[in-house]
Design a protein around this ligand. Structure first.
Ligand code: SF4
Length: 94
């Protein structure tokens, strides 16, 4: 059975947005800790992008809610919560 590429499989997910970012980056803490490249590397949804000055932009709407960034980010860099009930990523089963 051919399930397609990872990108094709992820594209089957749906997203409902609650209008407010559920992830925030403390830019000063990100620059001081050098966390940007780590976040950019470990996020499976490519939510994070680091600029040359060490600041971090994020496309939070694409978040898969896996929790990896929250587990690995240095303390104080991220504020993370689940999106409001019924919003966020909606996985397609099967
Ligand atoms: S929770 Fe997972 S998918 Fe969402 S931003 Fe963090 S690492 Fe990326």
């Amino acid at each position: 059975m051919n399930l397609g590429t990872i990108a094709e499989r992820l594209a089957r997910n749906r997203y409902e947005l609650d209008g407010a970012p559920h992830i925030e980056v403390d830019q000063q803490a990100a620059r001081a800790s050098g966390a940007g490249p780590l976040l950019e590397r470990i996020c499976p949804a490519h939510v994070y992008a680091v600029a040359e000055d060490g600041s971090v932009s994020l496309a939070w709407a694409a978040c898969l809610e896996c929790g990896t960034c929250l587990a690995l980010a240095p303390p104080g860099v991220l504020t993370w919560r689940y999106p409001a009930g019924g919003t966020g990523v909606l996985y397609r089963m099967g």
